[in-house]
Design a protein around this ligand. Structure first.
Ligand SMILES: [Zn+2]
Length: 113
């Protein structure tokens, strides 16, 4: 079972107590009525889906009920760290990408027959 650290309760709790609340650090445009449809689409609907380190909002639904932010690795599904809402985005860098082992098929003369 995955354990998540709530920065408010200061406890590691079961993932069943938490809910994901989308991307962290989204900034709402200052005058949303003045932006173009494309800018609104970008802000409201479009999200990155990177492989590796991401920053998300989470809510401790069955605990303190508060929102907090988390840095999580989408490959290992491990939480790198959690921090209180309103705190600045931590300066974390994703682990260097490792080259995937790709098995290549090399044709030999015998395959041509
Ligand atoms: Zn909590």
């Amino acid at each position: 079972m995955l354990l998540i650290h709530c920065p408010y309760c200061q406890e590691e709790r079961s993932e069943l107590e938490f809910r994901n609340a989308g991307d962290a650090h989204l900034v709402r445009p200052a005058n949303i009525a003045a932006i173009s449809d494309e800018e609104f689409e970008e802000y409201f609907f479009l999200r990155d889906n990177p492989k590796g380190l991401i920053f998300e909002r989470w809510r401790h639904m069955h605990g303190c009920g508060r929102f907090f932010n988390a840095a999580r690795d989408t490959v290992s599904d491990k939480f790198v760290m959690t921090y209180k809402a309103g705190e600045p985005k931590p300066d974390l860098h994703p682990a260097p990408a490792t080259s995937a082992t790709v098995e290549t098929y090399e044709a030999t003369e015998g395959d041509a027959r």
